[in-house]
Design a protein around this ligand. Structure first.
Ligand SMILES: *Cc1c(COP(=O)(O)O)cnc(C)c1O
Length: 249
């Protein structure tokens, strides 16, 4: 995925402070780079998805002006409005929220990735509704690695069957797995949860799936996720600030 130009010069230029959005982007990139260094991984192997839910098009535009290209959204109507308002920019839109079956069409039409696939019925609808003039939708299966504490995602034992179904659908390309472990745990528990996602990923690869994506890690736990192999981190708060508004549902 294209993350746009790398941020390099963010020091105040001729007395003008860097835009706060650019400073936050630089800080997140620095955290990612440090975690990659600790993990002995190439920082370029980890992509940053900026999660703008509840923030308006202007906030996304500001971050895009700092070089960010990939944006994640959770709510269909809010996202479709934002995508239309920002159609002049070369942005890449990822759907990361729960997918309701009556909302699959706008998702199939407006996004390039879906991270939160957790049912065969949704996969079939997205595949059938993907417009023929667009490349297949890139998808991740969402794994529930925290058991009862998380409502969304497939239990690890159910992932291979769903992966086999998705692999047979012409409108989709299965890229890997996504997970949102229970929040609040310390670094060791975070790493254990991400490690369980990694184990499911390894099992799928052993079964012959050609996968390259582990979408895991948010503002509070991106370091643990990168240490366990994350290739996409999904960051909202650390880039946009605390969410206070309701979604533009
Ligand atoms: C909101 C959200 C994020 C970003 O969370 P932060 O903690 O604000 O970084 C990432 N992934 C998903 C699925 C989300 O809903």
């Amino acid at each position: 995925m294209d993350n746009g130009p790398e941020m390099r010069e963010l020091e105040p230029v001729s007395g003008r402070p860097a835009a706060p959005a650019c400073a936050r982007l630089q800080a997140v990139r620095a955290r990612m780079a440090e975690a990659a260094r600790q993990a002995g991984r190439d920082p370029d192997s980890i992509a940053l998805l900026a999660v703008g839910k509840t923030f308006g098009a202007a906030a996304v535009r500001e971050l895009a002006a700092c070089g960010q290209r990939a944006f994640g959204e959770n709510y269909v109507q809010e996202a479709v409005d934002k995508i239309a308002a920002l159609a002049d920019l070369p942005l890449e839109w990822h759907f990361i929220g729960p997918v309701q079956s009556n909302k699959t069409r706008p998702i199939a039409e407006h996004f390039v990735w879906v991270h939160s696939l957790d049912r065969a019925k949704i996969a079939e609808r997205l595949s059938a509704q993907r417009p023929a003039h667009l490349p297949p939708l890139q998808v991740c299966i969402e794994v529930n690695v925290s058991g009862e504490t998380s409502k969304s995602g497939v239990a690890p034992a159910g992932v291979p069957a769903l992966a086999a179904q998705v692999a047979g659908l012409p409108g989709l390309v299965l890229r890997g797995l996504m997970a949102i472990p229970a929040p609040g745990a310390g670094p060791a528990a975070q790493r254990a949860a991400f490690g369980r996602v990694r184990a499911v990923f390894d099992e799928l690869v052993a079964r012959g799936h050609a996968l390259d994506t582990l979408s895991m890690g948010m503002s509070a736990d991106l370091e643990a996720a990168i240490l366990e192999g994350a290739t996409i981190v999904r960051i909202g708060t650390a880039l946009f600030g605390e969410r206070t508004g309701k979604p533009h549902a």
